[in-house]
Design a protein around this ligand. Structure first.
Ligand code: GRF
Length: 215
């Protein structure tokens, strides 16, 4: 267990968003940045997919984008090493994974310890992995939701920052439950990033404490 205490920096920062798909969480973060609710700029939107709608949207909005083609790299390690270089070159403070469909290598996680966050569409530690809305329905749980957490090398298991719960209804399909959860994702992801740059997140072991403003 890691005993070091980490406190997020209180400063204007630079965010990189990593995505592979439609990018609705990226858009929610960008909207909060635009409204001045998050004290940061988006310095990079990176994707492993050239045609990711979120990447195209970012380009349209004039943000700096980067498509890194996994086929051009011999290994996952090499791919992630290239990412570390690109992110460091742009002096990024926080990486927000937003539907980024690649497992990060330990090298990438270590390079940005306490500086990578993710949104997951279930109440972790229940239902890590993929297709988790369907899994929640199949298990008959009465509540599911979403989790924003710090990223560690163990997939979906880093310290939890914020969660929101929604009911699982008897008539739910994977799509209807996913849509209900997504509404909450768009609230708690920007809220967590806001707290980060307010210097209000303190990580002790696997717990994250939310500090009072100005504490
Ligand atoms: C979201 O459900 C998120 O929780 C998961 O991937 C999905 C991404 O959706 N990690 P979007 O691309 O942000 O719309």
């Amino acid at each position: 267990m890691d005993n070091a205490v980490f406190r997020s920096p209180q400063k204007r920062g630079r965010i990189a968003v990593f995505l592979s798909g439609r990018g609705s969480n990226f858009m929610a973060i960008r909207e909060a940045v635009r409204r001045g609710e998050i004290d940061a700029d988006i310095g990079l939107v990176l994707s492993n997919r050239a045609d990711a709608p979120g990447l195209l949207k970012a380009r349209e909005w004039g943000l700096e984008t980067l498509f890194l083609d996994p086929k051009l790299f011999a290994s996952r390690e090499e791919y992630d090493r290239a990412i570390v270089g690109e992110v460091e070159r742009r002096r990024i403070d926080l990486i927000c994974l937003a539907g980024y469909m690649r497992v990060l290598t330990p090298g990438l996680c270590d390079a940005f310890k306490n500086r990578i966050v993710n949104i997951h569409p279930a109440l972790l530690p229940s239902f890590p992995g993929l297709h988790v809305q369907q899994k929640a329905i199949d298990w008959g749980v009465r509540f599911s939701g979403c989790t924003v957490h710090f990223v560690s090398a163990e997939v979906d298991m880093g310290p939890i920052i914020l969660q929101a719960a929604v009911p699982v209804l008897q008539e739910d399909t994977e799509d209807s439950l996913a849509a209900r959860i997504l509404i909450e994702e768009h609230k708690i992801y920007p809220a967590a990033v806001r707290l980060y740059f307010q210097g209000r997140l303190e990580v002790r072991g696997r717990r994250v404490f939310i500090l009072e403003h100005g504490a």
